[in-house]
Design a protein around this ligand. Structure first.
Ligand SMILES: Cc1cc2nc3c(=O)[nH]c(=O)nc-3n(C[C@H](O)[C@H](O)[C@H](O)COP(=O)(O)O)c2cc1C
Length: 170
């Protein structure tokens, strides 16, 4: 018997298929972070980052409702998005660690509002929060880009849960 709320194998199969279908869309990988007025910082790896508007420059990303970083993002007026470069692939393990020691030993500087920004990122977007909208099991953060920078090195690409260098064959 299936109790209310428990998923059935067919549902699990469908959910897996859905994730695999989403995995057909190649993305980059970014570390998004923020700091509260009390000095508490948090950040997490994301691939839900996207550009929304060029004029004014606006971007969005999505935060899962179960993320332990939520209390920080909920009150911070700014956030910073560090797009990982291909040379930062080795940082993925560190940036997946439990929140308490996620940034231990990771080279960062303080960005807008004190948000930790990864040194040597492929690009950095420092943003003020415009709106936060609940959408299913995520909050959608829309931000206005106040400052940005980019490096010349290649970004890290993500496809179907794997990471690598972008190679566009003509
Ligand atoms: C490549 C990659 C992309 C991810 N993208 C997102 C995302 O867009 N939004 C999100 O909330 N979590 C995303 N996650 C999961 C978070 O990085 C993190 O593991 C999760 O929020 C749980 O940790 P936390 O509770 O410390 O936040 C992603 C993880 C990886 C490895």
């Amino acid at each position: 018997m299936t109790s209310p709320g428990a998923s059935r194998p067919a549902d699990d199969h469908q959910a897996r298929e859905y994730r695999h279908a989403l995995g057909r869309f190649p993305t980059g990988v970014a570390f998004v972070s923020a700091r509260t007025a009390n000095g508490e910082a948090a950040g997490l790896l994301i691939n839900s980052f996207t550009s929304v508007s060029l004029d004014p420059p606006m971007v969005l990303w999505c935060l899962g409702l179960t993320s332990r970083t939520r209390p920080v993002f909920a009150v911070a007026p700014t956030f910073a998005v560090s797009v990982l470069s291909e040379s930062q692939r080795g940082l993925l393990t560190e940036l997946c660690r439990p929140l308490e020691h996620r940034l231990r030993g990771v080279p960062v500087r303080d960005g807008l509002g004190g948000a930790p920004v990864l040194e040597a990122a492929a690009a950095v977007f420092e943003c003020s929060v415009v709106t936060v909208t609940r959408a299913g099991d995520h909050d959608v953060y829309l931000g206005q880009v106040e400052r940005f920078e980019r490096c010349d090195g290649p970004p890290l690409a993500c496809l179907a849960g794997q990471y690598g260098r972008v190679h566009i064959a003509a």
